[in-house]
Design a protein around this ligand. Sequence first.
Ligand SMILES: [Zn+2]
Length: 491
Amino acid sequence: MRRVILAATLLAAIGCATNPVTGKREFNIVSQEQEIALGLQAHPQVIEEFGIYDEKPDLNQMVNRIGQRIAAVSDRPNLQWHFTLLDSPVVNAMALPGGYVYVTRGIVERMNSEDELAGVIAHEISHVAARHAARSMSQQQLAQIGLVLGSIVAGPAATEAFGGLVQLGAGLLFTRYSRQQETQADLLGTAYMTEAGYNPRGAENMLLALQRLDKGQSSGIERYFIDHPDPRKRVGDVRKEIAALESKNPSIGTTRIDRSPFVRQLDGVITAASTMQTTIRNNTVFNRRYGIIITAPSGWQATSEPGALFVLAPQKATGEGFIAQEIALRQMQQYPSLQSAIRSQLQNMGLQYVRSGTVSSATGQTFPVDLWRGATQSGTVAVESTQFAEGENAVVFLSLTPEQRGSSARDLASIVQRMRFDRAEARAAEPPRIRVATSRAGETWDELAQRATGRREDASAIAKLNGFDYPSSVPPGVAIKLPQDVAPDDR
Ligand SMILES: [Zn+2]
């Protein structure tokens, strides 16, 4: 298990080193060489779990260009910095020790200028520069083969309730920084981006955009707010820092923030809940690689999550759900069979085996099913698992149901029975994309929503995506993102 090896490395790596930002010797920090080694080791796992969004090379180049420009003026300009755009609709940005910074497609599509994106990237560069992750890594719980059951199926709110069942995939990415570290990253990030020639108001606008999203009920954004504190407090911190920087150099806040050239680069980007691998339209999942097609049961919704091919869960979080996950077979080489590897993982997660059976899909494929039971802080849960191998990978299906099941509860069999396997049809399902248009004089968000998705009720989500409150007037002659679909959570 690579992650077990990684955990052992971490424990061995704790020592004493100098913090490049504070200049102080700190006790529980890893050396720069160890940080780089950890980043190098974990980076391929991150790529494996999320995938790179590389349909539009200009975007990858832009993310790298912004990152390198800010990193060069940071306190650690000599690290080998890597900036990666991940294929995930979730709104997030993360960093690994040693100089690996990640932004998701979900956060990039919600930005409205290069300065805003610079604000996101500068914040993550600051965590790396100040060695925040290196300090808290010893507290990380690392998953084994990374079954991402509890936190994803049950939603972040249930993470604590499900206690020992929760396993995070790329554990290192979800480092919980302290409030102090977050504040330091905001202040340092604002200073770095300014030094790199960006307008620090970009950081403020970025936080205001995230705050606007936070007002809606959006699971995509929830994860960001688990990782990052309340944007209202952050806006205050950043404003203070901008005022301090301006008192030294009054011109820093006057650099032009260009909206339209940035927004035009987002023309054609996949949007809403889809990824390059999985199209989600009208609550139906079309997975290209495995040809899986399934429509979420009524009252449920289909989403994509990091580390998962797709997730089906009730619209109102009830602690139940279904997750499809891809795992490389080479991670399970020491087991006699795929089923025994998955059984072993579930046992390690504290589940008790109950019994086995089989289930068939709507197109006739038969799968072995194991039923498990687990005790959590919020009661007993039933977990069902099945899996199949294809090429170099295994696909694992897991369902989670509280034992006190309501009438809406769905077990794994009822989901798999709805599933069809048809690769040609799955590949033909085009993901929704953003189209960029120029606003006309007098046009309203309602009219723009009509142009974008055909639904006026998407007006608020489309205004927010463009960095505006709803209702508000639309400035004429600017580039506007018109998504072909809006994620259910953004409505
Ligand atoms: Zn942070």
